[in-house]
Design a protein around this ligand. Structure first.
Ligand SMILES: [Zn+2]
Length: 251
């Protein structure tokens, strides 16, 4: 069990939106037109927060036929490969694949090349002790959306990973930064707690790597508050990648 009870342990069905073949809305500074990533070379996920509340406009809800679809489409304008969020009016959890894995987007500084970025919609304090009214609540719905994104990454990478490959690493933007203060607060304790509460970690598909830093002396390891959410596993982490029966259909 995780060290603290920040994340409600309620399972909820999450709507998936595969938008990876739709035209993205990134500007030229947010992705590379020349570099492509090889899914077989991906080694894990890197967690982010959007650092703002994320809602939808009536115009877009009409255009896409509902609030969940409208929220998912907001992901086409950000460089995270997947996004997780909850609709503000109806409270529905949403997971969206916004870019193909191959698209080299500039989401994660030094982790852009080999980690799949998951961006959690909302604004979260660096540590929960700093939470104020402006911050996004941690709910069962949002945790379910994060869990769904992790499941989706495992499904996407499973077919291209070699037998006996180690678990996928789970790191944070903080660990991959390019400069001393650049995004060192990302994604915040709440996002770490939600990722660590995922069944996919307990099953050994992902392994949290709190001490990894991509560039020595620049990236920062997890603070103690984030580590409090590391699950203590009953069994050693296995080297198995997601068994296919855990796959859920794309809607
Ligand atoms: Zn980030």
């Amino acid at each position: 069990m995780s060290g603290t009870c920040l994340v409600p342990a309620v399972r909820q069905k999450v709507q998936r939106f595969d938008l990876s073949r739709e035209p993205h809305e990134l500007d030229a500074r947010e992705w590379s037109r020349t570099k492509r990533r090889d899914p077989a070379e991906m080694v894990g996920v890197v967690m982010h927060q959007w650092a703002s509340p994320v809602g939808t406009e009536a115009r877009l809800r009409r255009k896409y036929g509902g609030e969940a679809a409208a929220l998912a489409h907001r992901g086409l304008g950000v460089p995270y490969t997947l996004v997780a969020g909850v609709t503000q009016k109806s409270g529905e959890p949403v997971a969206a694949l916004c870019h193909p894995i191959e698209r080299y987007t500039f989401a994660s500084d030094n982790a852009c090349g080999h980690y799949v970025a998951i961006g959690v919609m909302g604004i979260f304090p660096f540590e929960e002790s700093g939470r104020t009214a402006k911050h996004t609540p941690v709910t069962a719905a949002l945790a379910a959306a994060v869990d769904e994104c992790l499941a989706w990454v495992a499904e996407l990478l499973d077919p291209v990973r070699v037998d006996g490959a180690p678990p996928l690493s789970l790191i944070t933007h903080r660990q991959a930064i390019n400069g001393p203060r650049d995004h060192a607060q990302c994604p915040g304790e709440a996002v770490v707690a939600m990722a660590c509460a995922s069944d996919w970690i307990r099953q050994g598909v992902f392994r949290p790597m709190p001490d990894a830093v991509l560039v020595e002396g620049v990236g920062k390891p997890w603070p103690a508050s984030w580590r409090a959410h590391l699950p203590s596993l009953d069994q050693p982490l296995s080297s198995q990648v997601a068994p296919p029966e855990h796959g859920r259909p794309v809607t």
